[in-house]
Write a protein that binds this ligand. Structure first.
Ligand code: GLN
Length: 295
């Protein structure tokens, strides 16, 4: 195989990284290669060092070569392995759902931190994750707040199938419902927490996005029209007004460019308080709204 010095794990790993260098910078390439080697050969990043001289077979190299070709077509590595990782969970992912993003883990952390501040007797939270996709938010909250009652909805039946399977494999108890947030009535009330990572990328921002997202992740979960880019936040805010119990809170992931607009929107809908938080990359990424008072 061109460029491959020998069949050892170490040489195969550097060869793999070099082969995908046109699509990934060196840090990303190592992380993608790490995911592939763990998936194909069950070797951890530590074993890549301690067992660096272990030899792969010819058919292992052929399998790696096929994966390289797939990656060069912009297929996300998570679609090759079929797995995504989020907090303590390993989840199935496919083209019907977004691949979990590290930022969204912080949204879950915000809810967990707030819940720890509550008196224990109030700690049995009723939570609804709107637009659950693969289920990452709902399943994490069900796992990490085991006394909570968690609901999760999505407009996509295919996404719900993925989320239900993920709940089963991760032994998480979640009530799933098929629900269109733009049209359907609230399915239940008295929630302590509503949480959502709705579509928020404006169509005009498509030009800035990579092909692996554009071509392989569901447009339905990502994009909003430029002329009405907060439509999901308006719908979710109105639903929150009906579905939250007094004292309940709404948490959302947001477009980094739309923090102030999101604050204005939630205030105009009737929330008395809105707080914006930055993600690990220093970008306005989350909003919390609470104390809803009907206008
Ligand atoms: N953060 C995601 C991305 O940049 C978008 C998630 C969303 O639209 N809710 O691809």
């Amino acid at each position: 195989m061109k460029g491959l010095k020998s069949n050892t794990l170490a040489d195969a790993f550097s060869w793999f990284c070099n082969q995908i260098a046109s699509k990934y910078d060196s840090h990303e390439a190592r992380s993608v290669a790490g995911i592939v080697f763990e998936h194909c050969f069950q070797v951890t990043s530590l074993q890549l060092i301690t067992q660096k001289d272990q030899r792969l077979t010819e058919s292992d190299i052929v399998a790696l070569y096929k994966i390289i070709k797939t990656l060069l077509r912009d297929v996300p590595v998570q679609h090759i392995t079929g797995k995504g990782h989020f907090r303590y969970l390993t989840l199935d992912v496919n083209e019907s759902v977004l691949i979990p993003r590290p930022e969204t883990e912080e949204l879950v952390q915000w809810i967990l931190d707030d819940s720890k501040a509550l008196p224990v007797k109030n700690n049995k939270l009723k939570i609804w994750d709107i637009g659950t996709g693969s289920g990452v938010i709902a399943l994490s909250l069900a796992r990490e707040l085991p006394s909570s009652e968690v609901w999760a909805s999505d407009i996509s039946a295919d996404a719900l199938d993925v989320a239900k399977k993920n709940a089963a494999t991760n032994l998480c108890q979640v009530t799933f419902i098929h629900h269109n947030v733009l049209m359907d009535e609230v399915p239940a009330t008295d929630f302590d927490v509503l949480v959502s990572n709705p579509p928020y990328i404006r169509e005009s921002e498509k030009a800035l996005m990579k092909n692996n997202v554009l071509n392989y992740e569901p447009n339905l979960a990502l994009f909003v029209p430029d002329h009405d880019h907060l439509l999901f936040y308006r719908a979710i805010g109105l639903i929150a007004g009906k579905a939250l119990k007094p004292g309940g809170k709404l948490y959302v992931e947001i477009n980094e460019a739309l923090g102030s607009e999101t604050i204005e929107l939630f205030l105009s809908l009737g929330f008395k308080n809105v707080e914006i938080r930055k993600d690990i990359f220093g970008k306005d990424r989350f909003a919390k709204a609470w104390e809803f008072q009907p206008q």
